[in-house]
Design a binder for this molecule. Structure first.
Ligand SMILES: Cc1ncc(C[n+]2csc(CCOP(=O)(O)OP(=O)(O)O)c2C)c(N)n1
Ligand SMILES: [Mg+2]
Length: 558
């Protein structure tokens, strides 16, 4: 694109398209009218309406997490950006390349403090990689190009641009330029690779913490080969960003968890930790126990240099691309491994078979079968029934709290897109994220498992899923409470005086809420109906919701 005469609003969309954006998630208001005037002139751009700004960003985040591609979202000015902050926090946490914009009043008019005015850049700045307001049309290409480059250069993350109406309505000769794509696919130096290979091969009991970067780089097969070559046990990193490592592989030991004591006990069994494309032991509530055993040496390889040596002294800290590292490291390991090392590695892998994820899963399933007839339904039994009826290619988006351990124990996550979880801890991603994930993978069915409490943070997402007729089955795991908060009150404060943790007076009729937004729904209270209803829901191939009433714990069975 050379120099062209154009309005700011047209140039804005043209630049997005030129940067590879295919979808704009948005919620329009008066300050976005200029953009909404231009949208119909660009049918190549799919505009997806979200009914509140946190849903807009949540959908965009889901799309970005499922594609690793730049995606646009356009919010309403200050109050809209305010609504979206929790979702932007989640997108920052997930490293999602979102180009977030919001309409702003005409340059200068804000001085008069009209309704809806507030400077936007200082609001967005703490949660994004870069925030800027356009004040001259001729700067627009430079700003959009820079924003796009920053968002998609690893470590990726959201950026924010404030778009004043006067800039969008101006017309000028615009020099468009072209996208800059930074090649960040760097591999460690030859010296570093040699040293890493020697260190790893010298370990007698190596352990790998496998992270999201492995899934993002589509490197499951290579990561499995690495684990086999080393005879290493592999744990999925403590934050459920995505699938991280194929659960059914014999070396997969499942989730590391965020329980400091448990993590430490787990890691104490090993003599070298390779943290690959992962956060080094990101935890949640505070504990006096350090999760990393003090004597355990660490090799950490990640594209996110901020994470290196952040909390723990790290013997070998390498900022590199996981894909390039694996592709360079594997041949070195193959060549350098002695026959004795190969035999020992093989023996270690064999030994894992009795206690790996697959073995633990078989045992969990046996235990859970005992509660097949429990009423109210045991949520672990619901999960076991659900995993049995899931189609092979399904993508699960999960935002359950107390049911999440059952999901990670029983749901095989064998391809890099099999699963997206609650990454930041901020509720509200799941309902909206499922829409974005579905748009990113239109040929795959999406099942969104969501707690009743979590569902209410972004319930409006149902409307967009229904409107777009997306093949999403929402499974609302309804215990009519914030069960996790109760469990924590009891465990951490020693009291069961539960205030403001129940949603039973009145109870929320999720099946009814879905119907009110045009989405077919079913309510399940009987365990014997679960499989049939879920099968029918999935067979419909369209948007639908299954509400399952499950036990609340605390006297009402598990
Ligand atoms: C945005 C946001 N608000 C509040 C919380 C605090 N919080 C964490 S879990 C939870 C309850 C979740 O309830 P539900 O989804 O029903 O799952 P359950 O605990 O019942 O399994 C709450 C309120 C949070 N993490 N994020
Ligand atoms: Mg609940």
């Amino acid at each position: 694109m050379a120099i062209q005469k154009m309005t700011g609003r047209q140039a804005f969309i043209k630049l997005l398209l030129d940067e590879g954006v295919t979808h704009m998630f948005g919620n329009p208001g008066t300050t976005e009218l200029a953009i909404m005037e231009a949208v119909p002139q660009f049918p190549e751009l799919t505009y997806v309406l979200g009914l509140q700004e946190s849903i807009v960003v949540g959908m965009a985040d889901g799309f970005a997490r499922a594609t690793n591609k730049l995606v646009a979202c356009n919010l309403h000015c200050a109050p809209g950006l305010g609504h979206a902050m929790g979702a932007i926090y989640s997108a920052k946490f997930s490293g999602s390349p979102l180009l977030i914009t919001a309409g702003q009043y005409e340059v200068g008019y804000g001085l008069q403090e009209p309704l809806l005015y507030e400077p936007l850049v200082p609001m967005a700045a703490p949660l994004v990689k870069w925030a800027f307001e356009v004040t001259r049309l001729e700067d627009l290409p430079r700003i959009i190009r820079r924003a796009a480059k920053i968002a998609r250069t690893p470590p990726m993350g959201p950026v924010f641009i404030s778009l004043p109406g006067s800039v969008l309505d101006e017309e000028a000769e615009i020099e468009f330029g072209f996208p800059t794509v930074v090649d960040a696919a760097v591999r460690p130096s030859d010296t570093a690779l040699k040293q890493i290979a020697q260190t790893l091969l010298a370990a007698k009991k190596p352990v790998i913490v496998a992270g999201r970067e492995i899934a993002n780089a589509d490197m499951f097969a290579q990561a499995c080969e690495l684990a086999e070559l080393l005879g290493a046990a592999v744990y999925q990193e403590s934050v459920p960003y995505n699938a991280r490592y194929p659960s059914s592989h014999p070396t997969c030991m499942g989730d590391l968890t965020r329980n400091q004591k448990k993590v430490r006990q787990t890691l104490e069994q090993y003599d070298h930790l390779l943290c690959l494309g992962a956060d080094l032991l990101r935890m949640s509530p505070m504990s006096t126990v350090e999760p990393l055993p003090p004597e355990l040496p660490v090799t950490h390889i990640t594209e996110r240099d901020w994470e290196l040596g952040k909390n723990y002294s790290t013997a070998t800290a390498v900022r590199a691309d996981v894909k390039e590292t694996l592709l360079a490291l594997l041949p070195i390991l193959r060549a350098a491994r002695t026959t004795e090392q190969a035999q020992q590695a093989q023996a270690r892998v064999k030994e894992l078979a009795t206690r790996n994820w697959s073995a633990a899963r078989a045992k969990t399933r046996q235990d859970v079968a005992a509660s097949a007839n429990a009423k109210p339904i045991d949520q672990r039994y619901l999960v076991s029934q659900l995993v049995d009826v899931l189609p092979k290619d399904v993508i699960v988006v999960d935002e359950t709290l107390t049911a999440a351990p059952a999901i990670s124990a029983m749901l095989p996550m064998d391809d890099p897109h099999a699963y997206y979880g609650l990454a930041s801890g901020g509720l509200g991603f799941g309902m909206a994220g499922a829409v974005g994930v579905s748009l990113a993978h239109p040929k795959r069915q999406v099942v969104a498992t969501i707690g009743d409490g979590s569902a209410m943070y972004s319930i409006q997402s149902l409307w967009t899923a229904a409107h777009l007729k997306l093949p999403i089955t929402y499974v609302i795991i309804n215990n009519r409470s914030y069960r996790i908060i109760k469990e924590r009150l009891l465990a951490m404060r020693g009291t069961d005086q539960f205030v403001a943790m129940d949603m039973d007076n009145p109870a929320i009729d999720f099946a009814g809420v879905a119907k009110s937004m045009g989405m077919p729904s079913r309510l399940v209270t009987d365990p014997s109906q679960i499989a049939t209803v879920l099968k029918e829901a999935l067979a419909s191939g369209g948007p639908n919701l299954v509400e399952v009433i499950v036990a609340r714990g605390f006297g009402e069975a598990t």
